[in-house]
Design a protein around this ligand. Structure first.
Ligand SMILES: [Zn+2]
Length: 259
């Protein structure tokens, strides 16, 4: 009997569909595009496949940013919530690792004109003079941002200056100093009022070290996270007025990051 149990355990371990919480979160976050995963492939609804693990071990931090595979996106846990927010450790940039093939496949390639036609105008704090912002409808981003706006309007009036005007949503560009497309190029990110924003590239670095800085009230962060957006203020390479739609990271943080 004990031998049979042991054999079953071994067989289960060899099975193709060993549950992976990070991949489960990813597939659940983007159901319009992702069908599941099988062996080393992330499988799209149209049959396209992307390798989950590219087999490269011990990637440098720069390589993680420049050439991540699907599983690398989960290398750094996103610390959900606003209790105990503190300056991140060196290179602790949860969410900054993005597999460009996955994002371009879902949202389109703006350099080929594939993103603009999928966007729509979302009222941005209309009760406080925010006008509208253009974001993608892909993955329900526009609907989620509308919920963010609705909840932000419930915050005290003195928060308005951080939120209005928005400093931008869609922008077909690469991240400054890199060849990587910004999440703004997919229409899935929003910058709050840059007047109150802090960005690591603007900080005076001393021996490559720059001090973390933030002036954005954490109540605002809480609203965005509630609707699937992560905050650039939780990055060592901080971008404190930047939010982007990454529901897979929020979901995995809620569940508890796998060790
Ligand atoms: Zn931004």
């Amino acid at each position: 009997m004990r031998g049979i149990v042991a054999a079953l355990v071994i067989l289960a371990g060899l099975g193709p569909a060993t549950a992976d919480p990070a991949l489960d979160a990813l597939v659940a976050a983007y159901p319009d595009h992702l069908a599941g995963y099988e062996k080393n492939d992330l499988v799209f609804r149209d049959g396209t496949r992307l390798p989950i693990d590219d087999g490269v071990r011990e990637k440098s931090f720069d390589r993680l940013l420049d050439d991540p595979d699907i599983e690398d996106q989960f290398a750094i846990p996103y610390p959900l919530g606003i209790a105990g927010v503190k300056p991140p450790a060196r290179n602790e940039d949860p969410g900054r690792i993005r597999n460009q093939a996955l994002f371009v496949k879902m949202y389109g390639d703006c350099r080929k004109g594939e993103v603009k036609g999928r966007m729509k105008a979302v009222a941005w704090l209309p009760g406080r003079g925010g006008g509208t912002v253009m974001v993608t409808t892909v993955n329900g981003v526009a609907d989620q941002l509308a919920k963010v706006s609705r909840d932000l309007e419930k915050l005290p009036q003195d928060m308005t200056r951080y939120l209005v005007p928005s400093s931008g949503t869609y922008n077909c560009r690469v991240i400054a100093g890199t060849k990587r497309l910004s999440v703004h190029a997919y229409g899935a990110a929003i910058d709050l009022n840059a007047k109150f924003g802090d960005y690591w590239q603007w900080a005076k670095a001393r021996d490559g070290i720059f001090a973390w800085k933030n002036r954005i009230p954490l109540e605002i962060v809480e609203v965005f996270e509630r609707h699937g957006f992560i905050w650039g203020g939780k990055w060592n390479h901080y971008d404190s007025f930047h939010f982007e739609y990454r529901p897979e990271l929020i979901a995995l943080a809620k569940r508890g990051w796998p060790k």
